[in-house]
Design a protein around this ligand. Sequence first.
Ligand SMILES: N[C@@H](CCC(=O)N[C@@H](CS)C(=O)NCC(=O)O)C(=O)O
Length: 202
Amino acid sequence: MKLYYYPGACSLAAHIVLREGGFAFDLERVDLATGKTETGADFRAINAKGYVPALILDDGQLLTEDQVILQYLADQKPDAGLAPPAGSMERYRLMEWLAFIATEVHKGFGPLWNPATPEVTRQGALALLAKRFDFLATALAGKDWLMGDRFTVADAYLCTVLGWTAFHKIDLAPWPVLAAYLGRASARPAVQTAMKAEGLVG
Ligand SMILES: N[C@@H](CCC(=O)N[C@@H](CS)C(=O)NCC(=O)O)C(=O)O
């Protein structure tokens, strides 16, 4: 398999899961500004959507959309326990988390990435994210991970997007549960290795 990624972007979630699951894989960095990959390929010719993550499977197929890639990977290694079995109620709970992270948290950061975003829109995005953080902090109180005792693909996704708070200088002090969660996730060997490989930590 080959993962097309941009350092620290949402593709980091898939990268973490590749490492948590002990997969054999290659990485290829995409320059999202130029649309070229590190080997000089035209990324749009590989993924017409033009965004990461994009995963090339062993049979050559392209798989996109973080939520789907994460579940695909978890299902390839059921013994790793990165997702409950497909069809179980617990799996729907995991999917509920993945959808929440994708649409409410990941995309909630959207306006913050654009320097041209008007201040009023920026403040609105921050206020909405704060509500989502309130919800997450309540849900995670007394738990190590979103699904309980076991780290799942939803945690790989959540720790990736929560990590963006540092870049945007969003202080997590009002949400000590989230700060502790992020610390716990970041300390995992697979997360550390993925971050090092993307040049995010020394
Ligand atoms: N719907 C996609 C969105 C992925 C996405 O937002 N990727 C961002 C990085 S976090 C990106 O590559 N943006 C560049 C672009 O859209 O051109 C998913 O959930 O995987």
